[in-house]
Design a protein around this ligand. Structure first.
Ligand SMILES: Cc1cc2nc3c(=O)[nH]c(=O)nc-3n(C[C@H](O)[C@H](O)[C@H](O)COP(=O)(O)O)c2cc1C
Length: 188
């Protein structure tokens, strides 16, 4: 598969490990990864994994500040193959659903939708109120792929990483960077 440029965004929802493993898999697959971590994404990343944005900077091609609205991804003309927000807060999801592009993450997502590019969103919240549910519906209608951080267990995972990867695998598949799924139900 040809090398793709993927924008990965981490926001302040629980489940920073989903974002970290998504980055690592994309890099391992040979793709160019660009990164934005929101302020609260950085806090949850540190709290849950002990990693900082600087640690992730070593693994990716480029890191943008979430406040830098003059950066490339703020324009639809910037060449990206796909974008993923993993994990995605209900706040960021609401901003995108309502076209309220007040930082580089929501603006880049807005551009992805208007340019009809792949946008994968991995929300993490429970329980869901009607506003959350409606906003996910709006994003789906607008063309985004909403993949809630709901791991599967039918492949009998034995580590946290295997649990996490059941979600990451779906994310990669929907980003269009996998030829086939590693975790596949074959019916046997
Ligand atoms: C430890 C921690 C866990 C959080 N978990 C979630 C969560 O799972 N889902 C969510 O929507 N917000 C969660 N929040 C709240 C968001 O971080 C908060 O709404 C923030 O404003 C989101 O900003 P951002 O979308 O720009 O990252 C959490 C906050 C903290 C401090």
């Amino acid at each position: 598969m040809s090398k793709k440029r993927i924008l990965v965004c981490l926001t302040g929802a629980s489940g920073a490990i989903y974002g970290v493993r998504t980055i690592d898999r994309l890099v391992h697959l040979g793709h160019e990864v660009q990164l934005i971590v929101s302020r609260w994404g950085a806090e949850t990343l540190k709290h849950e994994t002990g990693l900082t944005t600087s640690d992730l900077r070593q693994r990716v091609t480029r890191v943008y500040d979430e406040g830098d609205l003059s950066a490339g991804p703020a324009s639809g003309s910037y060449q990206l193959d796909a974008m993923v927000i993993v994990p995605c807060t209900m706040k960021t999801l609401a901003g995108i659903a309502h076209g309220y592009a007040d930082n580089l993450i929501s603006r880049a997502a807005d551009c992805s939708l208007k340019e009809r590019r792949r946008l994968v969103v991995v929300p993490r919240e429970t329980p869901l109120n009607l506003i959350h549910i409606r906003n996910m519906g709006v994003l789906t209608e607008a063309g985004a792929i909403v993949i809630p951080a709901c791991p599967a267990f039918w492949h009998k995972p034995s580590t946290i990483e295997e649990v996490v990867d059941s979600v990451v695998e779906r994310v990669l598949y929907h980003l269009g960077v996998l030829d086939d799924r590693k975790v596949e139900w074959t019916g046997e």
